[in-house]
Design a protein around this ligand. Structure first.
Ligand code: T5A
Length: 224
């Protein structure tokens, strides 16, 4: 018995956290055990690396070194949070995962895709999401949502929000390229629409792709 691993990807302010919370609620109403987590972060050491990266201190090391830091955080996250949950039959909803490294660090610099493949191979050791939602919004829309939310909390832009518009536009294309490369795993959701509508689209996709998740559980799941 293993849990399902579902990741949410997309540019800044695409609505990932909002939709993860809504999916968590739906799954818990059906009595499924669920863990919500995020990257970078999701475990004690990975959260420390998160603070270092998002403060902007790692920027001067360049995109490859930043990619290594994300990978280091991911190793701890997989080890301490994701794998134990999946092994115990708990479903994992993760706000960003390895696709973000490919998209962000790829869009930031000329990182050889073979290098990213190798890094992924040694970091993930075969763990791959069962399903990935790529929330797609125009870069301007996502950035304005993210900045409104941060302004509401009295926070400034972080390391990646600070990058210019052309970076965020390249990022959007990078996620769409990933979706085309992995059609069995990735579902692109046009997320520039009300959150309720996005939620319904995600739920029908979950029901279609992972039908066991859309049912109430009255006995232990067999989702091997
Ligand atoms: N990163 C991460 C890398 O460079 N490489 C990597 O390998 C990894 C893992 C993480 C940063 O690290 C980078 C990517 C990121 O820049 P973060 O703070 O976790 O930093 O940033 P994000 O993951 O981008 O999180 P955000 O909170 O900015 O975006 P979300 O979660 O996509 O959006 P959400 O749900 O918080 O919504 C943002 C605002 O929009 C509203 C919400 O209420 C909220 O105010 N909203 C909507 N408004 C209108 N319509 C909708 N449909 C809406 N949905 C949400």
């Amino acid at each position: 018995m293993a849990g399902y691993f579902i990741t949410f990807e997309g540019g800044e302010g695409a609505g990932k956290s909002t939709q993860i919370e809504r999916l968590r609620r739906r799954l818990e109403q059906l009595s499924h055990p669920v863990v919500v987590t995020r990257e970078p972060g999701g475990s004690a050491y990975a959260e420390q690396i998160r603070s270092f990266i998002l403060s902007g201190q790692a920027k001067r090391l360049g995109p490859f070194a930043e990619a290594l830091l994300f990978a280091a955080a991911r190793i701890d996250h997989l080890d301490k949070t994701i794998e134990p949950a999946l092994k115990s039959g708990t479903h994992v909803l993760c706000d960003r995962f390895a696709d973000s490294t490919r998209a962000y660090q790829g869009a930031l610099g000329d990182l050889d895709s073979g290098l990213i493949d190798s890094l992924e191979r040694v970091t993930l050791k075969g763990v791959s999401p069962n399903l990935t939602f790529i929330l797609d919004v125009p870069a301007e829309v996502g950035l304005s949502r993210a900045s409104a939310r941060r302004a509401g909390k009295g926070e400034g832009a972080d390391r990646f929000e600070e990058e210019d518009l052309s970076f965020h536009q390249a990022l959007r294309q990078a996620f769409l390229t990933i979706a085309r490369a992995y059609p069995d795993r990735c579902v692109v959701i046009h997320a520039d629409r009300p959150a309720d509508e996005v939620e319904e689209i995600i739920w029908s996709s979950v029901s279609e792709r992972l039908p066991k998740l859309a049912r109430n559980i009255t006995r232990p799941l067999d989702v091997a």
